[in-house]
Design a protein around this ligand. Structure first.
Ligand code: ARG
Length: 490
C-alpha cells in the first residue's frame, strides 16, 4: 500500500478498505493529464519564487522521465498505489529524492483530480467532435449521390409521402450537426482551470492561477475554490451530449435494421460489417447496428449515474465524486467506438435504389398530391381529401395504384380529372414540386447540400483559438492539443 497520508494514522488500512478506496485501476487513464498538470504547477511555483530554478529543473526532469518510462513500458502503473496522483508523486520522490516532495506545495488532490478530469474531458470533447465531423462528411457524400433517389417517407412507419434518400439522410445530418454545436458550447463553458483551488479554500502561497490556466490552454482560472473542486457539471453536460449522440445513432440504426430486413431490402450492409449465424447458414445479420442501438442504454446509464451521485453532495469535495470516472470513461469510449463503426458501416452500405423507388411508387404516397391536383382544379381541399380517400379505397379493392386507373374511372369520382393528372401524381412530380426550403425537391435539396459543404469546410476547432487564454501574461506557446504539454518555458 502506497499512500500519501499515513502520518496521522497509527494503524494500517484494512486491505479491503484499501481496495475499496483505491482508484488507480481506472484513474491511470488520465496519467498524461496528471503529469501535464504537475509540470505546469511546477513552472508556476518557480515563477512565483516558491521553488528555485534548480528545484524546478529537477522536478521537471523527474516528471518527464516518468512519463517517458511509462510510455516506453519501462515503468508499470501498478495497484500498489492508491491513485495516479500517488503513483506519480511516489515515483518522483524515488527518482529525484527530497526535492520531489515539494511538488505538492500549494496543491491538494482535490484540485489536482478536478484538473485531470477536466483536461481529459476537454480533449475527449474535441475528439468526439472530430468523429462527428467525419460522419457528417460521409453522410454528405451519400446525400450528394442520391438527390434523385426516390423512397417512401414514413409517419407511424406507414408510407406517407415520397422523399429522396438524400432528404432522409439529411435529417440525420441536422441531428449530428446539432450534436457538434452542443460539444462546442460545452467546450467553452468548461474551459476554466480549477488548479490552485487547493483542498477547498485556496492556499496561502502566492500562486499565479491565471498563469497556470493560460499554460494549460484555459480561458482563465475558475473563480470560486469550493465550486472548483466539487464541480462536475461539465461531465454531466458531456454525458448528456453523448447520450443525445447515441439516441441519434440508435434511431438511425433502427432504420438501417428495418431497411436491411428481407421484407424491405432498401439496403444491403457490407459483408465486412455483418455477421452470420452459428446455425442458420443463410443469415447475414445487422449486428453492428443492433449493438450500437443496444449500447445507447449504457451511455444513458452513465448520465443517470453521475446525476444521482452528485445530487446529495454538500460542498465541497466528497469521495463520492470518485465515481465520476469509470462510467464517464466507459461512455466516452463507447460513443467514440460507435461513431467510428457506424461511419464505416454506412459508408460501405449498398442502397438498392430501384427497390426504394418501387416502394415509393406503391402505397399511395401520391395521395396528397392527387388531392392537391383537385384543389388546383377548383375543388375545396376538404372535399378533395374525401374524393381521393374514396379513390384509394377503390384502388385497394382493385389492387392497383392511383396512376394505374383509367381516366374514365377517375372521372367517376370527379369530373374535373383530366389527362394531366397522370403527370401531376407521378413520383417524379411529387418529389420535384416540393421545393420549399428543407423539402426533398432536388433543387431545394441541392441548395441545402451546398450550405452543408460550406459548413464542413469551416471547422470551429481549426478556426477558433481554442487554447488562448484571455488572462495571458505575455506570449505563451500554443499547444498541440493531442500532445502533452512540453516544457518549452522551463
Ligand atoms: N481518487 C480521488 C478522486 O477521484 C482523488 C481525490 C482524492 N481526494 C481526497 N480528498 N481523498 O476523487
Amino acid at each position: 500500500m502506497a499512500q500519501l497520508w499515513g502520518g496521522r494514522f497509527t494503524k494500517e488500512t484494512d486491505q479491503l478498505v484499501y481496495n475499496f478506496n483505491a482508484s488507480i485501476s481506472f484513474d491511470q487513464k488520465f496519467f498524461q493529464q496528471d503529469i501535464e498538470g504537475s509540470i505546469v504547477h511546477t513552472i508556476m511555483l518557480a515563477k512565483q519564487g516558491i521553488l528555485t530554478k534548480e528545484e524546478k529543473d529537477e522536478i521537471l526532469k523527474g516528471l518527464t522521465g516518468i512519463r517517458q518510462d511509462v510510455e516506453d513500458g519501462k515503468l508499470a502503473i501498478t495497484e500498489e498505489y492508491e491513485d495516479i496522483h500517488s503513483f506519480v508523486e511516489a515515483n518522483l520522490i524515488r527518482r529525484i529524492g527530497d526535492v520531489g516532495k515539494k511538488l505538492h506545495t500549494g496543491r491538494s488532490r482535490n484540485d489536482q483530480v478536478a484538473l485531470d478530469m477536466r483536461l481529459y474531458t476537454r480533449l475527449e470533447v474535441l475528439n468526439t467532435d472530430s468523429l462527428l465531423k467525419e460522419l457528417l462528411q460521409t453522410l454528405l457524400s451519400i446525400m450528394e449521390e442520391h438527390v434523385e433517389t426516390y423512397m417512401p417517407g414514413f409517419t407511424h412507419l406507414q408510407k406517407a409521402q415520397p422523399v429522396t434518400l438524400a432528404h432522409h439522410i439529411g435529417a440525420y445530418f441536422e441531428m449530428f450537426k446539432r450534436d457538434r454545436s452542443r460539444l462546442k458550447d460545452i467546450f467553452y463553458r468548461m474551459n476554466y482551470c480549477p488548479l490552485g483551488a487547493g483542498a477547498l479554500a485556496g492556499t496561502t502561497y502566492p500562486l499565479d492561477r491565471a498563469y497556470t490556466a493560460s499554460l494549460l490552454g484555459f480561458e482563465g482560472p475558475t473563480l470560486n475554490s469550493m465550486d472548483s473542486v466539487s464541480d462536475r457539471d461539465y461531465v454531466i453536460e458531456f454525458l448528456s451530449a453523448l447520450s443525445t449522440i447515441m439516441m441519434h445513432l440508435s434511431r438511425f440504426c433502427e432504420e438501417i435494421i428495418i431497411w436491411n430486413s428481407n421484407e424491405y431490402r432498401f439496403v444491403e450492409i457490407d459483408d465486412a460489417y455483418s455477421t452470420g449465424s452459428s446455425i442458420m447458414p443463410q443469415k447475414k445479420n445487422p449486428d453492428i447496428a443492433e449493438l450500437v442501438r443496444g449500447k445507447t442504454g449504457r451511455v444513458y446509464g452513465a448520465l443517470l449515474s453521475i446525476l444521482t451521485t452528485m445530487k446529495g453532495l454538500p460542498l465541497a469535495y466528497n469521495k463520492d465524486m470518485q465515481e465520476d470516472k469509470e462510467l464517464t470513461f466507459d461512455a466516452i469510449d463507447t460513443v467514440k467506438g460507435c461513431l467510428a463503426l457506424f461511419e464505416g458501416m454506412i459508408r460501405t452500405m449498398k442502397f438498392n435504389e430501384d427497390v426504394m423507388e418501387k416502394s415509393a411508387a406503391m402505397g399511395f404516397t401520391n395521395a396528397t398530391d392527387a388531392a392537391d391536383y383537385l384543389v388546383g382544379k377548383g375543388v375545396p381541399f376538404r372535399d378533395a381529401h374525401g374524393m381521393i380517400g374514396r379513390l384509394v379505397l377503390y384502388c385497394i379493392e382493385k389492387n392497383c395504384s392511383i396512376d394505374e386507373l383509367s381516366i374514365e374511372e377517375l372521372k367517376e369520382i370527379s369530373p374535373v380529372f383530366e389527362e394531366d393528372v397522370y403527370q401531376a401524381v407521378s413520383l417524379k412530380t411529387c418529389v420535384e414540386k416540393r421545393l420549399t426550403t428543407g423539402a426533398p425537391g432536388p433543387e431545394a435539396m441541392r441548395e441545402v447540400i451546398r450550405m452543408h459543404r460550406e459548413y464542413l469546410s469551416r471547422d470551429w476547432q481549426d478556426e477558433e483559438d481554442l487554447f488562448s487564454g484571455v488572462w495571458n501574461e505575455g506570449e505563451i506557446e500554443k499547444r498541440n492539443r493531442h500532445k502533452c504539454f512540453d516544457n518549452k518555458e522551463g
